[in-house]
Structure formats: structure tokens, C-alpha cells
Design a protein around this ligand. Structure first.
Ligand code: MG
Length: 156
């Protein structure tokens, strides 16, 4: 087995869509970024790439490359899953924590897990997802941004 972890942070701004786990939330604040800034997918991609000892998403999909402007991160996650498979690994399990004081993800959690699982080619049973608030503290609590942490287990 191989283990990997990934962390990502994006700023919350007006005038951007909020996309988390491939689901669009109809809210005023969205995440800023070169791609669609799906912080959940970004943390998970880095966990997978790290476990497979492949280059990280900053190297693979640089924010200086116009090809990735507005890119769908769930599509990039599927590309990463293919690279991990090509390197000889299968995704055994993964777990993600979204750090956000709003919005509540509970109504969309199932759809997010299904999107992530589809991109990975695994059952949703193998995609853990939860959110935590920062109780009003720090950049998450002040709604200046969101963070995500991901862990995955790959089988050789
Ligand atoms: Mg990112």
C-alpha cells in the first residue's frame, strides 16, 4: 500500500462560481483560481499524486498555462486517476475534509461523493467526505477562503 496526503487553499471572492467536488453551489462567494478552483478536487489530486510518487498538480497543471484556465477540476481528477492507474496503482480508499464555515455541504454530499468516485473509477463507498467549520476563526471562519485536506490509500 501507499499513502498520500494533499492540502489546498483558495480565496473566496465575489463574481466566481463555487464548485466543490464537481457540484456548483448557488451562493454569492466563489473560489478564486486559474481553473474552476475546486479545492476538494485539488487536495484529492495532490494526495493521489503524492501516494503514486508522481509530480504534484502545480507541476502537472501550472496556473501559468492557458490550457488550464477555467479547467474543470473533476475532469483533471479523472486525468490524475488515469496517471495513477498507468503508474500501476489502484485507488483503495480516500477521505477528504473541507474546511468552510459556509455553505452547508450536507444536501450535496452524496452528489459530490458520486462525482469524485466516478472520476476515480471507484465506488462512492471508497470516497469519504466531510466538512468542518472553523467556528468563525481565521481565514476559514472569516469566509476569506476555504481549505481542503485529503488522504488516500493506493494498492500496488
Ligand atoms: Mg488549488
Amino acid at each position: 500500500m501507499r499513502i498520500g496526503c494533499g492540502v489546498d487553499v483558495h480565496e473566496l471572492v465575489f463574481g466566481r462560481p463555487l464548485i466543490l467536488g464537481g457540484v456548483r453551489f448557488e451562493v454569492d462567494l466563489g473560489l478564486a483560481g486559474h481553473s474552476d478552483a475546486d479545492v476538494v478536487c485539488h487536495a484529492l489530486m495532490d494526495a493521489l499524486l503524492s501516494a503514486a510518487r508522481l509530480p504534484d498538480i502545480g507541476e502537472l497543471f501550472p496556473d501559468t498555462d492557458p490550457a488550464f484556465e477555467g479547467a474543470s477540476s473533476i475532469a483533471l481528477l479523472a486525468r490524475v486517476a488515469k496517471m495513477v492507474a498507468d503508474a500501476g496503482f489502484t485507488v483503495a480508499d480516500c477521505d477528504i475534509t473541507l474546511c468552510a464555515d459556509a455553505p452547508k455541504i450536507a444536501p450535496h454530499k452524496r452528489e459530490m461523493r458520486e462525482n469524485l468516485a466516478r472520476a476515480l473509477g471507484v465506488s462512492p463507498e471508497h470516497v469519504g467526505l466531510k466538512a468542518t467549520t472553523f467556528e468563525g476563526l481565521g481565514f476559514v471562519g472569516e469566509k476569506e477562503g476555504m481549505a481542503a485536506l485529503a488522504t488516500c490509500l493506493l494498492a500496488e
